[in-house]
Design a protein around this ligand. Structure first.
Ligand code: GDP
Length: 395
């Protein structure tokens, strides 16, 4: 009897387990169906940011900037302080300096690749010859202008070519303009040079060797330079407005950044020890000026904006405004040439009435060409006008 009752109970338990299994399985398959339905409702574009991100990271970023200013203001030293440093332990330099891709007597371009958390940035740093008012003026600035134009030209050619997918972008995205700490603001050569550059490249003015100034002198010089920039209608890089929905900390950072222009910088090739820590600095009898100490100068602000906060905006402005300006000028030049050719054909047709038909055809071709260019120019002009950050043209 007890044995029978035990076996009955086991049978019941078995049945119960089977029943619950069926319930669970039914539940699971319903869940599966629901999930399928949910999946069907998603088109899948939610992964787009990831895809764009992955693609961009794979390709890497290209960024070029140049340093311009009088000889001896510390341009080369600052470049070294900015990137060619062994102090960034968590940053990889796979190819420390890739090559001197372009080196002429006057201009030297260094390329280096930095990688941080899997993101690669290919940086090109263009060191230009220092100029000086005492020296032959034109000779010293022309190569700098020519260099910027040449990069636009190369990009233009590549863009009009067949293989437009992997265009190397060597356009100069930013120009760090060094201002002497010894004078009383901008010198005539600075005003001249900035005006030559401001429609071609984003200018970021810097007060060089700012360790030679007291805080009061520094702030006085900064104000003076900004006044002169305005008086002379020089278009330096305009920092974009901060979005109103950004958090307060970000807004504060943005305000500090904007009010620090022109950035007062200090460069150094020497590593010194401060409180047991190795830092880049300049050692004086009275103490040490630390390059990366925000209380000592604006170096960190400059590096941060170049590399982490404003790189993309500098690239966008280069592409949308400076390069478009170049294209418009280039097109206008081509149009002038076509018009001249058309006039020449017209003269020829009058002198040789026998060849009339051929010449008429050619003139009609030229007319069509000129009209196409006019339309392109009008379109570009309209685009430039709708962009609120377009600088006013005219040198
Ligand atoms: P460049 O001709 O503009 O490239 O100037 P360099 O980088 O060759 O520097 C010229 C001299 O100025 C060198 O003796 C540097 O050590 C010195 N120098 C560079 N940066 C600074 C700086 O921030 N402060 C001071 N006091 N001297 C600097």
């Amino acid at each position: 009897e007890p044995a029978r009752s035990v076996s009955r109970r086991t049978d019941m338990a078995d049945r119960q387990v089977k029943q619950s299994n069926t319930v669970i399985n039914a539940g699971l398959s319903r869940l599966e169906e629901d999930k399928q339905c949910e999946d069907d409702e998603f088109i899948g574009f939610a992964t787009l940011p990831d895809q764009v991100h992955r693609k961009a990271v794979k390709r890497g970023f290209e960024f070029s900037f140049m340093v311009v200013g009088e000889t001896g203001l510390g341009k080369s030293t600052l470049i070294n302080s900015l990137f060619l440093t062994d102090l960034y332990k968590d940053r990889k330099f796979p190819n420390h300096i890739l090559d001197n891709a372009e080196q002429t007597v006057d201009i030297e371009r260094k390329q280096l690749e930095i990688e941080e958390k899997g993101v690669k940035v290919r940086l090109s740093v263009v060191d230009t010859p220092g100029f000086s008012e005492a020296l032959n003026g034109e000779k010293s600035w022309q190569p700098i202008i020519d260099y910027v134009d040449r990069q636009f030209e190369q990009y233009y050619q590549a863009e009009s070519g067949v293989n437009r997918k992997n265009i190397q972008d060597s356009r100069v995205h930013c120009c760090l303009y060094f201002i002497s700490p010894y004078g009383h603001g901008l010198k005539p050569i600075d005003v001249f040079m900035m005006k030559k550059l401001h429609h071609k490249v984003n200018i970021i003015p810097l007060i060089a060797k700012s360790d030679t100034l007291t805080p009061k002198e520094r702030s006085h010089l900064k104000n003076k330079v900004m006044e002169q920039i305005e008086e002379n209608h020089i278009n330096i890089y305009k920092f974009p407005e901060c979005d109103s929905d950004e958090d307060e900390e970000f807004k504060q950072q943005d305000r500090e950044l904007k009010s620090a222009i022109p950035f007062a910088v200090v460069g150094s090739n020497t590593v010194v020890e401060v409180a047991g820590k190795k830092v880049r600095g300049r050692m004086y009898q009275w103490g040490i000026v630390e390059v990366e100490n925000p209380a000592h100068c604006d170096f960190v602000k400059l590096r941060q904006m170049l590399i982490s906060t404003h790189m993309q905006d500098l690239k966008d402005i280069t592409s949308d405004i400076h390069y478009e300006n170049y294209r418009a000028e280039h097109l206008a030049e081509q149009m002038k040439q076509s018009t001249r050719e058309r006039m020449k054909l017209k003269r020829e047709s009058m002198l040789n009435p026998g060849k009339m038909e051929d010449t008429d055809n050619l003139i009609a071709q030229k007319d069509a060409e000129i009209q196409r260019m006019q339309e392109m120019l009008a379109k570009m002009q309209a685009q430039l006008q709708t962009n609120p950050r377009t600088p006013v043209n005219g040198t």
